[in-house]
Design a protein around this ligand. Structure first.
Ligand SMILES: Nc1ncnc2c1ncn2[C@@H]1O[C@H](COP(=O)(O)OP(=O)(O)OP(=O)(O)O)[C@@H](O)[C@H]1O
Length: 520
């Protein structure tokens, strides 16, 4: 017979809660953030801006928006939105939250990322990328349709989050939307940045019950981090007790090569290592692949035999954006891919660079949630000491032409005096304004021209939007649209070193005798 708790009706759908809801609720109650629910809601009731300072895995991304909904901040035309810097994370977390709330994804809980809208008229909680919220400002400058805006992972300091912080600060200071509440979520170490910026904000510090981590550096620099990481995985599988392994590598190609090499090395060796599931984790993963990350490790294949494990090979996405349970060992290459703008060449590049000390700390923290763990750093202590304390905010190293155009469209004419949390260098801003002037988006007085107005409607680099707008004159719109599309998405051609020949053959189908390849 169903118990009273099982017969309880979901106030959102009017239907009894499912069994999965009750199972997930038990898990949710064990998250560190759960003990801070009242404290957080009390702070939100009394303050317009609340900073949640919590470590990775405390449950802030999934629970805080639900607490806000339960407390009645949505409804009467107002939504609660939560920004994530990464598309994959917005999708993954919103799906999980829909399950936890026992509703259908795309109905009451939805998400919106570039090229994908999964929400409807009933949506009251929406996860979206910070870039999408910025674009939404163009249609609703006072953000009238939002009751609460949650900026998650603010410590990552993406360009879009920094602009949103500046814009929302201005909106709140001018009292343009007095009912709006702003929640900023960050790791503990970086919360101070936001408190200094928003003096009137209330901080809610969330302490997690974390286990100790043993940190092991190499004594000498490593030549080939991928080989070293694979060797370390095999060593752990052979000599360390049960627990999953998380390997941090800089990019998708390393991850794909590493995963296929490791899978090959483990083939037919279940008796020795137990069943091991090797899983890549990077931005271009499908939803099906991404779901596997959260599934428990495979069970043992024979009675008394070694237990199963997961080995996840990931970019920095697992560092603080996605919390994965059961990790006992972290292997850290000490590297990540970072976007760098070269103002001289007017070109942006993705470079493999050393991580910051804060990043190394976060990576090691990934193995201290459920069991006490070990973090193997594939670099020396001296290497770490030479690293920057924090990654530099994207706004200090990015091409700002698109930002300048957007701010102009939002009526912020004096970008040089805009209150950014970290103002970019004056010459970077001047160069952005010069670019817009050169493209005809601004007139001599720095005002938006009519073509500048149109350009700002495209979620693209201003060079590309100008190119599209000029293409009808030269009767080449179809070609320009293809080129712009290819330039606006991540690299479309996957070329694993081990399958170079097959990859080249597949790519050759797209080449044209009259086409040329430009090598910079
Ligand atoms: N997409 C998902 N699928 C399955 N479980 C998930 C998913 N996302 C989160 N979880 C579960 O919810 C827990 C809390 O995750 P949550 O993302 O809220 O933590 P967090 O404190 O925000 O960490 P982070 O800063 O790393 O995102 C995780 O430990 C995991 O058990």
């Amino acid at each position: 017979m169903a118990t009273d708790a099982q017969m309880e009706l979901n106030p959102i759908t009017g239907r009894p809660y499912s069994r999965r809801y009750h199972k997930l609720l038990e898990k949710r109650k064990k998250l560190p953030i759960w003990a801070y629910k009242e404290k957080f809601l009390d702070a939100l009731a009394k303050h317009q801006i609340v900073i949640v300072a919590a470590g990775s895995g405390s449950g802030k991304s999934t629970q805080i928006p639900q607490f806000i909904i339960e407390a009645g901040y949505a409804g009467q035309g107002k939504k609660v939105v939560c920004t994530e810097p990464r598309r994959l994370v917005a999708r993954a977390i919103s799906r999980r939250v829909a399950q936890e709330m026992d509703v259908t994804i795309g109905a009451e809980v939805g998400y919106s990322v570039l090229f994908e809208e999964c929400s409807g008229p009933k949506t009251t909680l929406k996860y979206l990328t910070d870039g999408i919220l910025l674009r939404e400002l163009l249609a609703d400058q006072l953000l009238q349709s939002y009751g609460v805006i949650v900026l998650d992972e603010a410590h990552l300091r993406t360009l879009a989050t920094d602009i949103l912080l500046g814009y929302l600060k201005r909106l709140i200071e001018r009292n343009s939307h007095p009912d709006l509440k702003l929640v900023i979520m960050s790791t503990q170490q970086e919360a101070k940045w936001f408190k200094d910026y928003f003096k009137c904000a209330k901080i809610v510090q969330v302490q997690g019950s974390l286990n100790p981590v043993e940190i092991i550096h190499t004594s000498n620099p490593i030549g080939d981090y991928l080989e070293a990481a694979i060797e370390k995985v095999l060593e752990i599988l052979t000599s360390e007790p049960t627990g999953d392994i998380l390997v941090f590598l800089p990019g998708g190609d390393d991850i794909e090569i590493g995963s296929s090499r490791l899978t090959g090395l483990l083939k037919d060796r279940t008796n020795e290592f137990g069943p091991v599931r090797v899983l890549p984790l990077h931005s271009t993963l499908s939803i099906e692949q991404q779901k596997k990350i959260f599934k428990a490790a495979p069970p043992s294949t024979r009675k008394g035999g070694p237990v199963g494990r997961k080995v996840i090979m990931s970019t920095d996405i697992a560092e603080s954006s996605l919390a994965i349970d059961g990790i006992a060992y972290v292997i850290d290459s000490g590297l990540s891919k970072q976007k760098v703008y070269n103002a001289g060449l007017h070109a942006e590049s993705l470079l493999v660079l050393p991580i910051s000390r804060a990043s190394a700390h976060r990576r090691s923290g990934c193995c201290r949630r459920s069991v006490s763990g070990k973090c193997y750093r594939l670099y020396t202590k001296e290497f770490l000491e030479a690293c920057h304390p924090h990654a530099s905010p994207e706004i200090l190293r990015a091409n700002l032409a698109g930002t300048a155009l957007l701010l102009k469209k939002l009526g912020i004419s004096d970008m040089l005096h805009f209150d950014f949390i970290n103002p970019p260098a004056v010459d970077m801003m001047t160069s952005a304004i010069e670019t817009l002037n050169y493209l005809g988006a601004l007139d001599g007085d720095g005002n938006l021209t009519s073509i500048g107005e149109l350009m700002s409607e495209f979620p693209l680099d201003p060079h590309l939007s100008k190119m599209i707008l000029c293409s009808p004159e030269f009767k080449c719109s179809a070609e320009i649209l293809s080129i712009t599309s290819m330039l606006s998405v991540p690299h479309c051609f996957f070329q694993p070193r081990e399958k170079q020949h097959d990859a080249d053959e597949a790519k050759a189908k797209f080449s044209h005798a009259k086409g040329i390849t430009l090598l910079f």
